[in-house]
Structure formats: structure tokens, C-alpha cells
Write a protein that binds this ligand. Structure first.
Ligand SMILES: [Cu+2]
Length: 608
């Protein structure tokens, strides 16, 4: 395989031309050239964007009232596509992979009507809007068994939520490991800029790619004994494209080796903004652009003090906005490689290298000139399975680290359960949901009281606005446990409903020290045999999962549920009504159909 990639980057192998955009992605995927702000001539009063700033402190900063609602229609269906030339069964939004871009201005409302048309075999779905707070709308967070019932086959559900941040994110199915089947697409919220740029190149969505269907992978991950199979990825895509060495593919599957890579166009001599998103299932990505430095200006939805670098790290669920200063003259008459490499230390990639071609002119892109640029040199081994040190990524707008009202320590163990299946334990308890009885529904109906269902893995914050600190400890080795599964993984931990402060992250146990000017974001890596310490204010009543964004780890139960200010949750208007929309249809459907829940349900599957 290495030789295939070598031949590709040195131009020996054909780069383009094997498949049409329709065959690869359902349509030509092009998110490029975004505006600074969406102009709405219909608005009675144009918003004075220049007069406000966005400081990424969502606890203290409210989004502006724009009076705009943006509507989208999503149809989730099965499709056969060949993103990297290898034809596979997928589940996609509106027939395309990656899905359509959701765009709004800060403060707008967004309405997405999702129709679940996954048939043959039938399957439910939900869509989660990653990194959004859902303040006052916890029932639109899109997590089955927590904030809603799955949308039953042939049913629709309308999500309505606020564009409560400025920056880059993505949406994805939260139903079983369906994200891996292709239900994923970018989100961009425009608003006040923390730094200036000239041209918005748009989303660069990186996804590790698996040729096996997701439920087969989940079967392998949670299977016992000889049925247990580690989840190897086959390829690495940028905006849904990459070439593949078809000599490695199953013979009975159509495959072309030169499906083609994504093309990006930068403006010469200008500051170009790239919105990098890791929307993959597992791998930690190292992103770089040959012969170009990047200035990183935000992580997740939070503006940071700009810093220059030749590469960035992105765990699954993480984003970074970077500015690349365009070359001019002769140097702009060349093509360059954009690269995203999956770490081989903390994931299982068969082919870790993702490539895209970067051009400075429409003509070069049309002529499909092959890049012949030199890769960035950086030391992956030194970094390990971590994000950048917290001394590198500092928020632009400082927020003090308060003394916590409550500290919750959570010890994560990867183990084998009684039937020999891989299972994650948090403080000796795994996680699993009931699709027919979401936690938020139980809370709203008054059916949730102490002691909670152990499989909820519930942690209550108490009432009122408080500061909660969570200390994650990864796999403290227990020599007395013969089932201890001694493989260490990095876990990109994602909290719904909040941006947390990252107080500490690193190897071994936490020594109690706290980063100065602590980073804020919604996903951060808990390193192997290490710790991650975060805290947040309980300003958002709801039921919020705090889970690993590696799909297979979430399937194996790596999740806890934050029950935030339950006495206020029951007062949120509309909860019972909205919950009943999906739950009545799902109850009816699941009565006549067997739902075989083989995983935690943050991610389940159906019998086929
Ligand atoms: Cu994980």
C-alpha cells in the first residue's frame, strides 16, 4: 500500500478520471467560496455585524437576535457510492456524501426537517448538530435514547435550533455507528471574525474510511471470542474523495483506483481560510499543507490566540479554522498536496494517508495538474496520541478558572463483559440506552428519580448555576481483573450542550495543576494511560452525553449522562410534545419490527 501512495504522490499513477462525481459522491462536492455573512435583503433591519464581537464564551455571551430562520430538508436514504473508487453500501443525506452544507449567521434559527427513508432493510436515524448548545431546546440535540426516540422509517422530524456559535462544525447521525455509513456533513456559522481573512475556502471534511458496512464493524467490535474483530479503516478521505489501491479490494466489488482526489483553490497572495473538520469514526488526524504554514485561529467553536504551525491535530469530532497565506508569482503556478494522516499509534488504519490537490488557478485545477510538492516535517512520535499542548492553544478571550462546586472523577476501563464482549466501564459501570425510553422523556414525565437506571451512567449536577469539574482517568490498570483488555486508546471526549474549559490533559494521573488561560472547546483528547480534566458551568438545563467520539468506543459504552438542573429541565416548554413526535412513531414501528440492539445504543443496529 505504501508503494501505491508513493506512486500517487510522485505522479507515476493517474490521479483523476476514474469515476464521475455522481458515482463517487452522488454529486460534485464543492463548498468553496463562502461569504463573510449571509446577506438577507428581505430583512427589515440589517444586522450591524461590525458593531459586535464574538468571544467564544457561550456562558456569558448571548447570540444576537437576527429574526431569521433558515430551513433545510434532509432525506436520509441508502445509496451505493464509491467515494474512493470502491463501491459500497452507504447511508447518506440527500443522495450525497458528504452531506449538504448547513450555513447560517450567528443568532439565526435553523430548521431542518429530517425524513428517515432508510429502507431495505429498515433502520431509524437521528441527526446530532455537533458542538451546538441547544439552550432551551435539549429535545433537538439528536441523540437516540437520550434526547429523542429514533426517527422511524418513513417518518419525518423537524429540528429547530439556534446558531449559537460562530465558526465551523458538522452534523452527523448519532444512531448506532451510522455516522460511519456516510450521514455526515459540514456546518458553518458566519459572524464577527476574530481574525481577518480574504477568502473563505470553506469546509475541509476529513473522514477515515471503512469499506465494510458499519453494523458489520460494530458486530466485530462488540463480538465475543473469535467473532471479535478490531475495526481497521481502509482509507482516508478529504471532502469525500481519495484514490484506492483496488488490488487490495474484494474481487466481487466494483473498484477503480483513480477515483480522484478533492481539488481546492486558494487565492494567490491572499489570506485563505480553511475550516478543517474531523468527521471520521475513529482516527486522530494530522493535517498539513505542503510548503505552506498555517495560522490556527480557532479550535472547535472557540477563537484562540493565533499561532503558526506546519501541522495540526484533530481527534474525531474536533475542528480548527486555519488561515493560509497564498503564494504568488511562480510559486502560485504550481499545485500542492493537502495531506491528512491518521495516526498509526492510536488507531488502526490500513491506509492512513488522505490527499487533496491544491491549486491557485481555475485553469490548473481544470487541467488537473499533479502536485509535486514536499511534505511538512513534524514529529508525530513526540506528540503521541494527544492534542497540541495547552500552552500552544490558548483562547483569545480569557476566562478565569473557578473553584468547582463538585468534582467528579471517572475512571475509564476497557474490559470484557460476562459474555466476552468488549465493553467500556466508567467507575465500573457501562452505558446503554433504551431507544423507546429516552432519558429526557423519563425526566420530563417525572419517571426519573434516584437511584437512576445504572446503565444511564447518570451524574447529576444539582440545581442552580454551579461549576462542575470532571476528571477523566484513562485505564488505570487493575491487575486483579483478568478481563482487563490491555490495549490503550486515545478517546476524543465530546460533551454535548457546553464548551468546557480544558484544565489539564496528559500522561499518567493528574497532578492537580491547571493550565493558565485554559482552552475552551467541546471535544478534547483523553490520552492513553492519561488524564483529561475539564469543567463547565451548569447554564444549560438538559440531559447531555459526555462520550468518546470514536464510534466503536461509544458503541462499547464509553459514555456518561450529565443530568443538568433537572428541576429546570421539567420547566422547559414543549419537551413532552416534541418527545412524543418521535416516540409515538418509533413505539409503533418497533412493535412490529425487531430492533436488535447490539451496542450501547449511542449507536445500535437492526436485524437485517
Ligand atoms: Cu474512545
Amino acid at each position: 500500500m505504501a508503494s501505491f501512495i508513493t506512486k500517487l504522490v510522485t505522479g507515476i499513477l493517474p490521479l483523476f478520471g476514474g469515476t464521475s462525481p455522481e458515482q463517487s459522491n452522488g454529486k460534485l462536492i464543492d463548498y468553496q467560496g463562502l461569504p463573510d455573512i449571509l446577506e438577507d435583503t428581505s430583512l427589515v433591519r440589517r444586522f450591524a455585524w461590525d458593531s459586535i464581537s464574538y468571544n467564544g464564551d457561550t456562558v456569558n455571551q448571548q447570540p444576537p437576535e437576527t429574526g431569521v430562520t433558515r430551513k433545510y430538508d434532509f432525506h436520509v436514504t441508502r445509496a451505493q457510492l464509491a467515494p474512493d473508487g470502491y463501491l459500497r453500501d452507504m447511508i447518506v443525506v440527500n443522495g450525497q456524501f458528504p452531506g449538504p452544507l448547513i450555513e447560517a449567521n450567528w443568532g439565526d434559527w435553523v430548521e431542518v426537517t429530517v425524513t428517515s427513508n432508510i429502507t431495505g432493510p429498515d433502520e431509524g436515524t437521528t441527526i446530532h448538530w455537533h458542538g451546538l448548545l441547544q439552550k432551551g431546546t435539549p429535545f433537538y440535540d439528536g441523540v437516540p435514547g437520550i434526547s429523542q426516540c429514533p426517527i422511524a422509517p418513513r417518518e419525518s422530524f423537524t429540528y429547530r435550533f439556534r446558531a449559537d456559535h460562530v465558526g465551523t462544525s458538522f452534523y452527523h447521525s448519532h444512531y448506532s455507528a451510522q455516522i460511519n455509513a456516510g450521514v455526515v456533513g459540514p456546518i458553518v456559522f458566519h459572524g464577527p471574525k476574530s481574525q481577518k481573512w480574504d477568502y473563505d475556502v470553506g469546509p475541509v471534511l476529513v473522514t477515515d474510511w471503512f469499506h465494510k458496512e458499519y453494523f458489520r464493524i460494530v458486530q466485530g467490535v462488540v463480538g465475543s471470542g473469535t467473532d471479535r474483530r478490531p475495526a481497521f479503516s481502509d482509507n482516508n478521505l478529504i471532502n469525500g474523495k481519495m484514490n484506492f489501491d483496488c488490488s487490495l479490494a474484494d474481487r466481487d466489488r466494483p473498484c477503480v483506483s483513480n477515483a480522484g482526489v478533492s481539488k481546492f483553490r486558494l487565492k494567490p497572495g491572499k489570506d485563505n481560510l480553511l475550516r478543517i473538520i474531523n468527521g471520521g469514526s475513529a482516527g486522530l488526524q494530522y493535517f498539513s499543507v505542503d510548503e505552506h504554514e498555517m495560522t490556527v485561529i480557532s479550535v472547535d467553536f472557540v477563537p484562540i490566540q493565533p499561532y503558526r504551525t506546519n501541522f495540526i491535530t484533530l481527534g474525531a469530532g474536533q475542528r480548527s479554522d486555519v488561515i493560509i497565506h497564498g503564494k504568488r508569482g511562480k510559486l502560485a503556478n504550481r499545485a500542492y498536496w493537502m495531506r491528512s494522516n491518521i495516526s498509526t499509534m492510536c488507531a488502526l488504519p490500513r491506509q492512513p494517508y488522505g490527499l487533496a490537490a491544491l491549486y491557485y488557478s481555475e485553469e490548473d485545477a481544470k487541467m488537473e495538474i499533479k502536485p509535486s510538492s514536499h511534505p511538512q516535517q513534524y514529529n508525530i512520535t513526540r506528540l503521541g496520541c494527544n492534542n497540541e499542548p495547552l500552552t500552544v492553544t490558548k483562547p483569545l478571550h480569557r476566562k478565569p478558572v473557578q473553584k468547582p462546586h463538585r468534582t467528579i472523577t471517572i475512571n475509564v476501563q476497557d474490559t470484557l463483559n460476562a459474555t466476552g464482549s468488549d465493553e467500556y466501564l466508567m467507575n465500573n459501570q457501562t452505558f446503554r440506552v433504551n431507544y423507546n425510553a429516552p432519558i429526557l422523556k423519563a425526566v420530563t414525565e417525572g419517571n426519573a428519580s434516584q437511584p437512576y437506571e445504572p446503565l444511564w451512567n447518570a451524574y447529576e449536577t444539582g440545581s442552580g448555576k454551579r461549576v462542575i469539574r470532571i476528571v477523566w482517568e484513562n485505564q488505570k490498570v487493575d491487575p486483579t481483573n483478568p478481563n482487563f483488555y490491555n490495549v490503550t486508546f486515545a478517546h476524543p471526549m465530546h460533551l454535548h450542550g457546553h464548551d468546557f474549559q480544558v484544565l489539564a490533559a496528559g500522561a499518567g494521573s493528574w497532578d492537580g495543576s491547571v493550565a493558565t488561560n485554559a482552552l475552551r472547546r467541546d471535544t478534547h483528547i483523553l490520552p492513553p494511560n492519561g488524564h483529561l480534566v475539564v469543567q463547565f458551568e451548569t447554564d444549560n438545563p438538559g440531559v447531555w452525553p459526555f462520550h468518546c467520539h470514536v464510534a466503536w468506543h461509544a458503541s462499547a459504552g464509553l459514555s456518561i449522562s450529565i443530568l443538568e438542573r433537572l428541576s429546570d429541565v421539567v420547566r422547559i416548554p414543549g419537551t413532552a410534545h416534541v418527545m412524543s413526535q418521535t416516540c409515538e412513531a418509533w413505539d409503533a414501528w418497533s412493535k412490529d419490527n425487531i430492533v436488535e440492539q447490539i451496542d450501547s445504543g449511542l449507536r445500535v443496529m437492526q436485524k437485517d
